[in-house]
Design a protein around this ligand. Structure first.
Ligand code: FE2
Ligand code: FE2
Length: 139
């Protein structure tokens, strides 16, 4: 499974792309930790680090949507919120039941799929609106 950044994921807004690249890198790091059979504490640490970055990224996107009156802001925010809830469930499972190869597979697959789909279907649309309304080549 690839967690590599690919050009087709570009929103054409550089700082957003950079944050997405960092997210993919951290998912890759998490996947490596799972694959290397790292212990529960280290996996939790990696999950928390990723979660903090996800929260920053979502907040940055949402603030811009408010600032530039993005008409689909609430729907977009809802998707972010649902993702955070799912992520918390993963974290809860690891904290309470430890890691398993099934959970590792689930986490890797879902994070990667979700992020790629979200970028392609949701973030790109947001980026178009932001570019139409503003010069947002930097944050
Ligand atoms: Fe995003
Ligand atoms: Fe988003």
């Amino acid at each position: 499974m690839s967690y590599e950044w690919t050009d087709d994921l570009s929103t054409k807004i550089e700082w957003i792309d950079n944050q997405h690249k960092e997210l993919l890198k951290q998912i890759d790091f998490l996947a490596l930790a799972f694959d290397a059979g790292k212990g529960k504490e280290e996996i939790i640490h990696t999950l928390k680090f990723l979660q903090d970055y996800i929260l920053v990224h979502f907040k940055d996107e949402e603030e811009l949507q408010i600032k530039y009156n993005y008409p689909y802001y609430l729907a977009h925010k809802k998707l972010h919120t649902e993702f955070i809830e799912d992520f918390n469930k993963f974290k809860y499972q690891v904290v309470n039941h430890g890691t398993s190869s099934y959970l590792a597979h689930e986490v890797k697959q879902k994070l990667n799929d979700w992020l790629r789909n979200h970028i392609n279907l949701v973030d790109k649309r947001m980026a178009e609106h932001l570019m139409e309304n503003n010069d947002l080549t930097s944050a």
